[in-house]
Design a binder for this molecule. Sequence first.
Ligand SMILES: Nc1ncnc2c1ncn2[C@@H]1O[C@H](COP(=O)(O)OP(=O)(O)OP(=O)(O)O)[C@@H](O)[C@H]1O
Ligand SMILES: O=P(O)(O)OC[C@H]1O[C@H](OP(=O)(O)OP(=O)(O)O)[C@H](O)[C@@H]1O
Length: 218
Amino acid sequence: MSANATLTIALSKGRIFEQILPLLAAADIYPLDNPDTSRKLILPTNQADVNLLIVRASDVPTYVQYGAADVGVAGKDVLLEHGGVGLYEPLDLGIARCRLMVAGQPDALAAAHIGRLRVATKYVRSAERYFAARGQQVEIIKLYGSMELAPLVGLADLIVDLVESGNTLKANGLVPLELICHISSRVIVNKAAWKMKHNRVMDLINILRQTVSTDSFD
Ligand SMILES: Nc1ncnc2c1ncn2[C@@H]1O[C@H](COP(=O)(O)OP(=O)(O)OP(=O)(O)O)[C@@H](O)[C@H]1O
Ligand SMILES: O=P(O)(O)OC[C@H]1O[C@H](OP(=O)(O)OP(=O)(O)O)[C@H](O)[C@@H]1O
């Protein structure tokens, strides 16, 4: 847990940072630096006792689990991979919405009976769980990005990746095949901070909750 006087919030830059800004503004929190132009990784805010940590999206739960940040915002995809140890997940912000899907070339599933399928993905745990639940034996190949390339060069038959507009799949001649789950970003809280900084954390969560529920009626 970060020092008692401060509230430290871990975020990733890019879409989560952009989409959380108006929600933080509703809680009267304004970063004093822009992570796109600043090299700073600890961003001060207009509130002297609130800091933002800028970390990789997939590292947000780790910072919160170990108490380096009290609170974080992370995609459900990332939380499913992390497993949620040491964290509470009290609020779905409904931002950075997309779907975790199985995708491949249009005929990929027709080849399924021929042998054990190879599946390339960054989302190893979710993919393993999905195929195991269907009783399908697959070989999972861990990648860190550009999953769409794998079926094009014979590295894998299928991919498990995030899909929003479908444009990335389409640009690479791939199609969405099966939905694994819907994804959105969640507020996560370190378990010790939940107890020790309960009022501060709850004040923030209550404002965020109110703001996202109001937004959804716009
Ligand atoms: N195309 C998309 N549309 C909407 N939401 C998305 C999309 N891609 C990812 N997301 C969501 O936004 C989160 C952050 O995505 P972002 O692209 O910033 O990080 P990343 O590149 O996936 O992670 P890392 O930097 O750790 O590899 C993801 O975890 C997911 O929940
Ligand atoms: O269906 P679409 O609207 O095309 O979005 C899907 C793409 O978005 C994500 O990548 P992102 O844009 O985050 O790039 P990154 O993986 O390099 O971060 C995801 O990994 C897909 O490649």
